[in-house]
Design a protein around this ligand. Structure first.
Ligand SMILES: Cc1cc2nc3c(=O)[nH]c(=O)nc-3n(C[C@H](O)[C@H](O)[C@H](O)COP(=O)(O)OP(=O)(O)OC[C@H]3O[C@@H](n4cnc5c(N)ncnc54)[C@H](O)[C@@H]3O)c2cc1C
Length: 321
């Protein structure tokens, strides 16, 4: 029996889940990512023998099937429900009062979690894809892979656009999608609110989440979109110092904070996704998934990978792209 082959661009949660679902059904799946590992916007930075989250700090589920998936990941020991206190404005409130139920944190490095999700699919790291053509992808090093039954692209839509010149039907649907940036920092400080999450009511900083995997006093701090738009072209040191001084002012910290890592997510969250779960060019066997299509957040990205994989698997002879 013929073994179908898929080539997937992007090893974030959308591409990984699509890859794992197809691989579990017997497909041969190759996943190409420009980064050094899997995870995409769930990525972390190694700190003091542990790690801190530079991307999404939480996995949250509004409904099934992702809710059941998260419960399954709890059983596997990969995530745990968030408990603790939230500091908001001037007061500390419990997680339940903050109405943040159904939020989970990874208990293993998210890149490993995403790698597990990929199952038996082959991951090619440091492999940037530059062009998509019918059933074909072309890598930055000039390698042409034209042996696929379908090609799936799961990168933020502004990063997909330059690859799609040969696929105008997909290209024309993407131009309106706009992503907003976030600067993300790992900072360490002593003192401040006795909470696990700090929600700022501020134009510069949005959120801080305590990181338990990288030694005491480590926090992930996220800027607002407005801050990131102002410091979009700034050097890391300039953006970090501005965020650190804002933080010290907001929390009234007695000692300077240490900045351990920083990252600009130029495409952090889409504010006007295409809609639906995936976008396909059936004739050319190319489809797009991810949060630029399905909407912001891990749940939507995961579900977009699942819906496309199910649709492909349901159409037996002809691939349903
Ligand atoms: C700071 C921050 C905080 C967030 N907080 C939350 C939260 O609390 N809860 C929540 O649900 N969501 C949150 N999100 C959003 C969530 O992380 C994303 O919606 C989700 O991870 C998107 O997954 P994806 O697979 O669609 O894309 P990505 O994770 O971006 O994966 C795309 C992958 O494609 C790769 N890639 C890109 N271009 C190429 C190329 N040319 N060739 C090869 N590979 C390429 C990238 O390296 C990346 O690995 C947050 C995001 C950020 C940035």
């Amino acid at each position: 029996m013929k073994k179908f082959k898929a080539g997937i661009v992007g090893a974030g949660i959308a591409g990984a889940h699509c890859a794992g679902t197809l691989a579990a059904a017997g497909w041969e799946v190759d996943v190409f990512d420009k980064a050094r590992g899997a995870g995409g916007r769930m990525s972390t930075r190694r700190i003091d023998g542990g790690w801190g989250a530079l991307g999404s700090p939480f996995l949250s589920a509004k409904r099934d099937p992702f809710r059941s998936q998260l419960r399954e990941w709890v059983r596997q020991g990969w995530v745990a429900p968030v408990r603790g206190d939230v500091w908001r404005g001037r007061a500390t409130i419990s997680w339940e009062q903050a109405q943040l139920q159904n939020h989970y944190v990874p208990t293993i490095e998210p890149s490993k979690l995403v790698r597990h999700v990929m199952g038996t699919a082959r991951l090619h790291t440091r492999s940037r894809v530059v062009t998509l053509q019918p059933r074909t992808l072309i890598l930055e090093n000039g390698e042409v892979r034209d042996d696929f039954d379908c090609v799936i692209c799961s990168v933020p839509t502004p990063q997909a656009i330059p690859m799609l010149d040969a696929l105008p039907r997909l290209l024309e649907r993407l131009h309106a999608v706009n992503y907003r940036p976030v600067w993300s920092f790992l900072m360490r400080w002593e003192g401040g609110p006795a909470a696990d999450v700090i929600k700022f009511d501020d134009h510069l900083l949005d959120l801080a989440v305590r990181q338990t995997g990288g030694g005491p006093g480590l926090w992930a701090v996220h800027s607002t979109h407005e801050f990131a738009e102002t410091y979009l072209e700034a050097a890391e040191i300039e953006a970090s110092n501005r965020a650190a001084s804002a933080l010290m002012g907001l929390l009234g910290l007695p000692w300077p904070v240490e900045i351990e890592a920083s990252h600009l997510w130029r495409y952090a969250l889409p504010d006007n996704p295409v809609g639906g779960f995936w976008l396909g060019d059936r004739e050319n066997r190319v489809a797009l998934i991810g949060d630029g299509i399905a909407g912001a957040g891990i749940e939507r990205a995961w579900e977009s990978g699942q819906r496309l994989a199910q649709s492909i698997l349901q159409s037996k002879e002809e691939l349903a792209l």
